[in-house]
Design a protein around this ligand. Sequence first.
Ligand SMILES: [Zn+2]
Length: 354
Amino acid sequence: MKIRTIATVVSAVTLALCAIGVIAQAPRPSPYPVTAARAFTFEKIADGVFYATSTGAMATGSNIPVIVNDRDVLIVDTGTTPAAARALVEDLKTITDKPVRYVVNTHFHYDHTDGNSVFADTADIIAHEYVRYAILNLDVLHREPFKTSQLTNVPNRIDALKRQLADEKDAARRATLERQLATAETGWKQLEEIKPTPPNMTYSSKMVLNRGAREIQLLFLGRGHTRGDTVVFLPKERIVCTGDLMESTLAYMGDAMFDEWLTTLDALKKLDFDLVLPGHGVPFKEKSRITAYQSYLRDLMTQAADLRKQGVPADDAARRVDLTSHRTDFPEIQRPGADIRGVRRLYEWMDERK
Ligand SMILES: [Zn+2]
């Protein structure tokens, strides 16, 4: 374990691009004190408030805000597998000896909830009521985003690494590839243990937890990224944890309610905060980043509606939309096109709106 004032943590942007979290990651500088454990690195954001990101040693899923209270710990989301959640519990011992008693799921997607089973007997798992509905009714291990991001992409990555390894002669590069392959194969095995576990406690618009001196607000600001996203707001610390409702990178759109997402982001901007801890990416301060994401969504909606009017099918539209003008705000946009699952959902949403 190392504690430094200025240190580097792995690029959460890279993690977001590869939700399974097994690709090589470049370190990024952190302005916060950093504690590096085995699977997770903890940035100390404020007194008792940490931001956990993957070290790259295993597939961990989303970034996890950790809130240490007088007697207990609340974590925001549980990662991508029970193995990742157990690793988190182990790594948390480097920053606190208090037990995790509260888990908040920001939404139902696998990279935020598939570690839930680890906490089912020892913590309250709290989420918007839609999260419970979704985990109980949507057959989440046989639908998107789990289907492509895990069931398709992980074996594809294993095959690709094997092919690269077969052609690689350089010893150092071979060692890196072998390490990446081992991580990916372990990650694949760890999926078998997943048991979708719904929250045992739900709310519909607002829930407040007072844990000692800490006030923790769970807010449903409206539908958007899914039909039931929670933001975790710490009014005294002026910090908001936004899950994937607002990332510092582009979010998955396959379950989106597009017009409502814009309105919900307006409501987010009205909260009195100084810092956003997103589900993927890096902590950020600027509300202008939220406006930039709204502008990206609006542009995508307009372009997709035009293409649809011309009779272009969703899958072609996903290749043809051009959002490269948003590259300054979202550098991961390298070329025209958008995630096919998001554009399919956008077409479906346009049908629903009729
Ligand atoms: Zn996510």
